[in-house]
Design a protein around this ligand. Structure first.
Ligand code: ADP
Ligand code: MG
Length: 449
């Protein structure tokens, strides 16, 4: 089973990440539907749990046709067989109540599913996420009385899951009796499917409708799923009418989620919509420093600076690099230096530094607006072409290092003043046109993924 699962994971995870994170995992044993896996250390465990556990569970379940869940343990390969003490401790995990990797003790209630590591204290606020951060804090301090629903959207790895968990953790800390529940939208869907299959819909409905705070992460995954959207719609209404807090995250602005039902979209817009943008260099540095300190990784200033400048804006990836450097340093008993960082991250950096081309930008913009690429470069003044063209110019300026004349050249030989004018206009309009802002965010996210 594990071999097959590995093969499957190999296909869906890039080779680089596969060898860093999946290869070092050791299969220990399987007991009923629980699979015990061993990882080299605590960092690793946290990392796998937060980033790969659900994919591993999914792969196992696909391969074995059983709803597997994974229990991670820290240990050395030689004692790969669990000691009796460990097995005893693991009994809790197979409790029939709810499947979860790390259940929280709350016997009278269902589990919150919250990740206790994602708290406000460990969230670095910068200009890119200030708005979402403030909104999340407001909701955490006064659930169901400030912004309801709160809808947070932003690209991959920018902190959405962290923020919604922080809301839940903060509320629970203050009000331990509140029923706070975090659900990845896929998990909501899976539970719904199981409830339908085993005729337990009453139970399902009672459960969701008795929550005080429902946090739904990555709602875009239920788009296009008719039955799930319908059930979620009813859950939403029931909670909303009972003045319960709802928080939803997504990778896109509600209007831009393909296949999302109109009635859900309009409800998401009832409350507050807050975006998270890619972090700037200072924020990246602050995040790196905080994470280094937390994981006791000595990170010199120049390396932090180097990392923030040369790699991705995806904070999860940034964190991954840091953990890799830390692991490398401790395995080779050396300290982290700029040279070492360059060497260890060599392959990745080459890949990441491959700059976007104006052509790629034009292609993405043309596809988004459903127009021809040639029209972006043409001098035609049609209204339907002018805005997409200006957006493409704006993105070219923001996502490449080309000069105004160089950009002009790639837009059919336009004068540099035309480019400057376009960029100024988009900058200005974005300030009070939130739809335009959302379009640009979506395009940026697609391009820098
Ligand atoms: P998303 O859900 O948007 O894909 P996550 O919330 O999973 O992103 O964040 C990815 C990783 O980056 C997590 O480990 C999270 O703690 C970290 N992270 C993201 N933004 C911040 C931030 N502003 N401060 C601290 N950590 C952050
Ligand atoms: Mg997430």
């Amino acid at each position: 089973l594990w071999q097959e699962t590995l093969e499957h994971l190999k296909e869906i995870i890039s080779p680089q990440l596969f060898s860093t994170w999946i290869k070092p995992i050791h299969f220990i044993r399987v007991e009923k539907s629980t699979v015990f896996l061993q990882v080299p250390n605590r960092f690793f465990l946290d990392w796998i749990r937060d980033n790969y556990a659900s994919r591993i569970e999914q792969a196992l379940s696909t391969m074995g046709a059983v709803d597997y869940h994974v229990v991670l343990e820290v240990g050395k390969p030689e004692n790969a067989i669990g000691t009796p003490a460990e097995s005893d401790a693991n009994q809790n995990f197979s409790a029939p109540v709810e499947k979860e990797i790390f259940p929280q003790k709350k016997p009278e209630f269902f589990p919150s599913n919250l990740n206790p590591r994602y708290v406000f204290n460990d969230f670095v606020s910068g200009s890119s996420n200030q708005f979402a951060h403030a909104a999340a804090m407001a909701v955490a301090n006064n659930p169901a009385t400030t912004y309801n629903p709160l809808f947070i959207y932003g690209g991959v790895g920018l902190g959405k899951t962290h923020l919604v968990n922080a809301i839940g953790n903060a509320i629970l800390k203050k009000n331990p009796d509140m029923r706070v529940c975090y659900y990845a939208s896929e998990k909501f869907m899976n539970e719904l499917i199981n409830s339908l299959r085993y005729a337990r819909m009453d139970e399902f409905r009672n459960k969701f409708r008795s929550m005080d705070v429902l946090l739904i992460d990555d709602v875009q995954f239920i788009a296009g799923k008719e039955r799930t959207q319908e059930e979620f719609f009813h859950t939403f209404n029931a909670l909303y009418e009972a003045h319960k807090q709802i928080v939803v995250t997504s990778d896109k602005f509600p209007k831009d989620i393909p296949g999302l039902e109109e009635r859900l979209r309009s409800r998401f817009e009832w409350g507050l919509i807050a975006d998270i943008q890619a972090p700037d260099v200072e924020t990246k540095q602050a995040i790196l420093k905080m994470k280094a300190e937390k994981n006791a990784i000595p990170l010199p200033e120049d390396v932090a600076y180097f990392l923030s400048n040369s790699v991705t804006s995806n904070v999860r990836e940034l964190e991954g690099f840091l953990i890799r450097l830390g692991a490398y340093a401790s395995l080779t008993s050396t300290s982290i230096t700029l040279e070492m960082a360059r060497e260890v991250l060599k392959d990745i950096l080459v890949e990441k530094n491959k700059e976007l081309t104006v052509e790629e930008i034009q292609k993405t913009v043309a596809a988004h607006f459903n127009i021809k690429m040639a029209d972006l470069k043409s001098p035609k003044r049609l209204k339907a072409l002018v805005l997409p063209r200006q957006i493409a110019m704006y993105l070219a300026r923001n996502l490449t290092s080309l000069s105004f004349p160089e950009i002009g050249e790639r837009f059919g030989g336009k004068d540099h003043s035309t480019i400057i004018h376009a960029i100024k206009k988009i900058d200005r309009c974005q300030e009070d046109d939130f739809q335009l802002r959302a379009v640009i965010t979506t395009l940026k996210n697609n391009l820098t993924r």
